[in-house]
Design a protein around this ligand. Structure first.
Ligand SMILES: NC(=O)CC[C@H](N)C(=O)O
Length: 205
């Protein structure tokens, strides 16, 4: 990437809350574009997998023949960030999903889908995430997954106490892949998107 242009970050736009991610990415200084097909994927420096429905997204990735191209770009080092359903797609093992669902295995972690409960169990929390600075981040969980276990190369960035009284991992990074159970795109705080933009800049400089 030349120093003169802004990093171009795509948002996978097959399903889910695409517009909110585009807005936050523009706010932090990226050129944000939707990605539905191969040519669009080829033009981006990084990719966001948005929240939505992971099983629907997995099916659409197949229908649009995008599963292998996205997988290859991730394996080649393209930075990728998945929120909620996007986190599920980055896992190496998904519990409580449909038998025909597929995922990218970009992060060595087991993720449990809908782990915090149903839609009515959606909640918000203020989390201090060291990687984002000292101020707490308002986080929104909507039928969110949690991370049940991680491999040795995964950095755990944040956890939250759930109604079962236990702390569960909800933000992780492994190399070029970042994932959160929550939706930073639905609040006004853009620090997660800025953090991801920094990952993209580091990978392309
Ligand atoms: N808000 C979300 O992205 C929810 C994720 C959804 N429960 C799924 O399994 O895919």
């Amino acid at each position: 990437m030349s120093a003169s242009r802004r990093p171009r970050i795509g948002v996978l736009a097959l399903q889910g809350d695409v517009a909110e991610h585009l807005r936050h990415l523009e706010t932090v200084g990226a050129e944000a574009v939707t990605v539905r097909r191969r040519s669009e994927l080829d033009s981006v420096d990084g990719l966001v997998l948005p929240g939505g429905e992971s099983t629907a997204m997995s099916r659409l990735l197949d229908v649009y023949d995008m599963y292998a191209p996205v997988s290859t770009r991730i394996a080649d080092g393209m930075p990728v960030y998945g929120s909620c359903a996007g986190m599920i797609l980055l896992a190496s093992l998904v519990l409580d999903t449909r038998p025909d669902a597929t995922w990218f295995s970009a992060i060595d972690m087991t993720v449990r889908r809908n782990a915090f409960g149903r839609q009515v169990d959606s909640f918000e929390a203020d989390l201090v995430i060291d990687a984002l600075g000292p101020d707490p981040l308002r986080t929104v969980f909507i039928r969110a997954p949690w991370v049940e276990s991680v491999g040795p190369d995964v950095d755990v960035l944040a956890g939250v106490r759930a109604s079962d009284g236990r702390e569960h991992v909800v933000a992780v990074r492994q190399g070029n892949a970042l994932a959160t159970s929550f939706h930073p795109e639905v609040t006004d705080d853009v620090r997660v998107h800025r953090y991801f933009l920094d990952m993209v800049r580091a990978a392309t400089s």
